[in-house]
Design a protein around this ligand. Structure first.
Ligand code: WT7
Length: 643
């Protein structure tokens, strides 16, 4: 496979960028020629941001799995598509070739068809990081079922909400998952999520940990049994086949839930053709991937990073994607580097929080490994601080590997602002320049564009790119109000941003009430709702504060009616337990301060600005507090602050 759309020089980048903005139709029409279509598109793009109504490659027919699998079989059927490294280094590695991937995906497609799954049905996938998760995702895509992958760290309640929102009828899960020294009982979480659920018809369970599970008659099925039956059906005379369902370019490919500033996560919907083109184009260009290289993205497929840069990006490029089941610090903090050495990894793509946590363990875990295969390093998920950037550059890349600092979002489908490895220059702690097709701008609170360089503002995008969000599932109006109504005729990212003297972008963080904890997006309102579920809680307010490893930590101010116990610590544990139950362990507050009141304006709005400053350790410059209903609570909160 060659990549005619891979940009090889700064001049080519400038040229491609100019054309993509001035003549997007021609630009993306040419790029789309690099894919396999059942029928070519009639119109490259058709859009307005008002409704919004965004279409790419309208009239085109395709199936993304033919682009990710079938088209590679002739040339590279025996090349590894997936290299799987288990949680426990003593366990055997699995190498999945393109031929094998093809067979397994056909089997899953057949299995789902046998169970009655049809094009457009929603299938929820709640599994650990094992190859079967990729088979499940691609098996859905092969028959046009819409997959909704839920990260293994979410609680039963979160799953129940997502199942209901998507009215999902099918679930694919595992008995359990390994993570470090823990076994996580996934099926049992699903069982809790299904109490009271009215839509789910079948639950398919893959055996990973052989934990005891309750299998409910007529509802729960073992993956192994169903796949065995499907194997006989898809394999005839030694040849495997299962026809890939013909999809319209704009047919939804998947839903992925993400948090916003309201209490309820929303189902971001991505389309088939536009998403495919964007995931592939960004993968090939940002990482400068070369055929045969080993690409190691350390994310979980439960997040968009895993969708785009473990599954769809690398596989659509005929690449080799390394999938890791475990965590960076188990059995020890050398786990990533051991994997790099073992598989001669070329591209390593990880999160700043992982880098910061590994930095803290010192260089003994790094320096005894051979990292000489590395060519490109990447980061994603949150701003990377200069210290972590330098550590990564020096100790992991040995000052030879460019670092791509990739800014993007669940809603953007793929990377939006980043240098292209070795092609456009990197700059520590800067995402640098927009990819072709991305037209960013900075605006002030009134939506007036801020021109020129050395300026800052709210980051918006002025034109659609192929991978842009199409809708929020079941609630198009929410998509419009969240992203397309704050500023007229622009997509609003929710991020604050600086543009330096050379036009490089530096994303500074969210400007809405959304936290970024270890690279995961969590809405403050969502955490507050969960805290408020606890019986003794009267009211709460949640803000972020700088955290050495996580980037942001969760600080909760809680008004508590203390009737049951005088033990404050026990009460805090109760509240933390409640948040784990309602959202999941990822949303647990790091600090809880009990207060008798919250700083509110006369109209009853909580002044988060003040709470944020106190959580950050700032006690003098709190700004104007005279408009507060009761200015005295500020002193009380300041005096009790947990720093
Ligand atoms: C938010 C999106 C995109 C996959 C992972 C997170 C922050 C993301 C960067 C970066 C600074 C970044 C933004 C963005 N973010 N990448 N390179 N530099 N900030 O996806 O959960 O949708 O979160 O993550 O604040 O809005 P997500």
């Amino acid at each position: 496979m060659s990549y005619p759309h891979q940009i090889k020089s700064l001049e080519q980048y400038n040229e491609a960028y100019k054309k993509s903005i001035e003549n997007p139709e021609e630009f993306w029409g040419e790029i789309a020629e690099n894919f396999t279509w059942k029928k070519k598109w009639d119109k490259v793009s058709n859009w307005n941001f008002k409704e919004p109504n965004i279409k790419w490659f309208e009239g085109g027919k395709l199936n993304i799995t033919e682009n990710c699998i079938d088209r590679h079989l002739a040339e590279r059927g025996e090349q590894p598509a997936i290299i799987w490294e288990p949680n426990n280094p003593e366990e055997k590695t699995r190498i999945v070739t393109y031929n094998r991937l093809h067979k397994r995906v056909c089997q899953v497609a057949q299995m789902l068809t046998n169970l009655g799954v049809k094009k457009g049905d929603r299938v929820c996938i709640y599994m650990g990081m094992i190859p079967e998760l990729t088979y499940a995702v691609l098996g859905c895509a092969r028959i046009g079922a819409i997959h909704s992958v839920i990260f293994g760290g979410f609680s039963a309640q979160s799953i129940a909400d997502r199942l209901e929102d998507a009215s999902a009828e099918y679930i694919i899960t595992c008995d359990g998952a390994y993570r470090g020294n823990k076994d996580i009982p996934l099926k049992s979480v699903i069982d809790d999520a299904l109490i009271g659920n009215k839509t789910v018809k079948k639950v398919i369970v893959y055996t990973r940990t052989r934990t005891p599970v309750s299998m409910i008659k007529n509802r729960d099925l073992w993956w192994e049994d169903e796949m065995e039956q499907a194997e006989e059906q898809v394999e005839k005379n030694g040849k495997v086949s299962f026809p890939a369902v013909e999809m319209d370019s704009e047919d939804p490919l998947f839903i992925l839930y993400t948090s916003g500033s309201t209490g309820k996560p929303k189902g971001v919907v991505h389309s088939t053709a536009g998403y495919m083109v964007w995931a592939n184009y960004t993968f090939v260009n940002v990482f400068q991937y070369q055929p045969g290289q080993v690409h190691f993205c350390t994310a979980d497929i439960g997040w968009i990073t895993g969708h785009s840069y473990i599954v769809y990006g690398p596989l659509s490029a005929g690449g080799t994607s390394l999938m890791f089941e475990g965590i960076p610090t188990w059995p020890d903090a050398g786990r990533f580097w051991e994997i790099v050495e073992k598989y001669k990894v070329d591209v390593l793509y990880t999160a700043p929080t992982a880098i910061r946590s590994l930095m803290a363990y010192g260089l003994d875990f790094v320096n005894n490994k051979d990292l000489s295969s590395l060519k490109v390093l990447g980061t994603v998920g949150e701003p990377i601080n200069e210290e972590a950037w330098q550590w990564y550059f020096k100790n992991i890349g040995k000052e030879k590997c460019p670092i791509v600092d990739t800014w993007w979002q669940t809603e953007t489908g793929g990377i939006m602002i980043s240098n292209l490895a070795g092609v456009t220059p990197h700059k520590p702690a800067h995402a640098t320049l927009p990819l072709p097709g991305v037209n960013p701008c900075l605006v002030d609170e009134n939506g007036v564009e801020i021109l020129g360089n050395s300026v800052s503002g709210n980051l918006c995008i002025k034109q659609p790119w192929p991978g842009i969000i199409r809708t929020t599932y079941n609630d198009h109006e929410r998509c419009r109000t969240t992203y397309f109504s704050t500023y007229e005729n622009m997509y609003f990212t929710g991020d604050g941003c600086l543009r330096d003297a050379d036009g490089n972008y530096r994303i500074t963080g969210r400007v809405d009430d959304v936290l970024n904890v270890s690279g995961h997006r969590i809405g403050t309102a969502e955490v507050e709702n969960a805290i408020n579920m606890h019986s003794g809680v009267v009211e709460s307010a949640v803000v972020g504060y700088p955290h050495d490893i996580k980037g942001q930590g969760i600080y909760a101010y809680v008004i508590y009616d203390n009737k049951h116990t005088a033990d404050e610590n026990l009460t805090k544990q109760d509240i933390i337990q409640t948040v784990s139950r309602i959202i999941g362990a990822i949303a647990k507050p790091d600090k809880i301060q009990f207060v008798s009141g919250l700083p509110k304006t006369r109209s009853g709005k909580i002044m988060r600005r003040i709470l944020r400053k106190i959580a950050e350790g700032e006690t003098s410059n709190l700004g104007d507090t005279t408009t507060l209903l009761d200015p005295n609570v500020v002193d009380e909160i300041k005096n009790g602050a947990l720093l």
